[in-house]
Design a protein around this ligand. Structure first.
Ligand code: GDP
Ligand code: ZN
Length: 333
């Protein structure tokens, strides 16, 4: 239910909660840790004031990014949710960031919704409609785009309808977009500290790193994910495919199946850009995100190879060669 000081807060079926630590056997070797939304098996020894997480049950869904501090390590931020809600400020939509957030959201396999916040800061209704329509065109027909503002609490009812009892939604978006305010509106009370409060406490806003499941009265659960600053892609091929379905459909027409849409002849994607059918910025985002996943894949392969190499050095006799591996013939995708 909550992750803050390293000891997950676990809720039992009867509603009781308990701070827990991880069993040594669970975290030895690999860095396996329970995350928000995980279902766990806990033992409660008599002589112990904390529970012990003995097992983490298989995750139906996970929100995964590249660990910002490691070159080739994934980091799971939340598990077992049904929907990802991507928040962007209506008057200042950052299109490139939105594209990245959509890739990460789609990659989880959960339902995706975009919420445009702080609509009261728009110049007028015409701007609200124009931005909403632009974002709708970007996200495609399957994703709902909802406009909200704290000036009109009823505006969040459409969001509430997407988080019914028994379901869980994860809320992502950069710090300051109004995620805590949205959660407070859904709750009808101030449970999540908003930025104004955090700044006032003198500790600075980046001190708030806890992640917590919040139960909406009569509804489902929502997790506001503060501190999600670096959203590096991890496994993102299917997420990119979903977020850029238009580009991938065009790519079907490329002469080469593994076309990189660079200088290959017969590239249908570049042809569409030249013909004005695909916006150059969108093509650039697509290429940049594809490049990023290709790089992280390469690094993971190198890390795996280095580990395998260490293991085989331990076992195999000396003089096995320098370990250089031919990269020739490697398929491009
Ligand atoms: P978070 O970091 O995403 O959780 O963002 P907060 O909910 O803390 O909001 C950041 C700032 O934006 C705070 O000062 C809020 O008062 C303000 N804010 C949030 N929602 C709205 C809104 O709908 N309209 C306006 N004008 N300000 C808002
Ligand atoms: Zn191409």
């Amino acid at each position: 239910m909550k992750l803050d000081r390293g000891f997950p807060l676990v809720r039992f079926p009867d509603g009781a909660t308990l701070r827990c630590e991880h069993a040594t056997a669970l975290v030895k070797g690999e860095k396996v840790r329970a995350v928000i939304g995980d279902r766990v098996e806990v033992s409660v020894p008599d002589d112990h004031d904390m529970g012990i997480i003995e097992a983490i049950l298989p995750r139906s869904r996970a929100f995964v990014r590249k660990d910002p501090t490691e070159r080739a390590v994934a980091q799971v931020l939340a598990a077992n949710f049904d929907r990802v809600i991507v928040a962007q400020p209506l008057a200042e939509v950052n299109r490139r960031r939105l594209e990245r957030e959509l890739v990460l959201a789609y990659e989880t396999g959960a339902a995706v919704t975009v919420v445009l916040t702080k609509a009261d800061l728009a110049q007028d209704d015409a701007q609200v409609r124009a931005v909403r329509d632009q974002v709708r065109a970007l996200v495609g027909p399957d994703v709902q785009t909802i406009v909200v503002t704290s000036a009109d609490p009823a505006s969040v009812e459409a969001v509430r309808a997407l988080v019914p009892a028994g379901s869980m939604a994860v809320l992502i978006g950069r710090s300051g977009v109004g995620k805590s305010s949205l959660v407070n509106l859904l709750l009808g009370e101030d449970v999540q500290e908003t930025a104004a409060v955090r700044e006032g406490d003198g500790k600075g806003r980046h001190t708030t790193v806890s992640r917590e499941v919040i139960e909406l009265p009569g509804g489902g659960r929502i997790v506001d994910m503060p501190g999600v600053r670096g959203l590096g892609l991890w496994d993102a091929d299917s997420g990119i495919g979903a977020a850029f379905a238009d580009v991938e459909a065009l790519a079907e027409g490329c002469r080469f199946r593994d076309c990189r849409h660079g200088d290959e002849p017969g590239c249908a994607v570049r042809a569409a850009v030249a013909a004005g059918e695909l916006a150059p910025e969108r093509f650039a985002s697509y290429q940049a995100l594809r490049q990023e996943t290709a790089e992280i894949k390469e690094r993971r392969e190198q890390a795996r190879w280095a580990q395998g190499e260490k293991a085989s050095h331990a076992r195999a006799p000396k003089g096995r060669g320098s370990g250089k591996r031919s990269r020739g013939g490697k398929p491009r995708r």
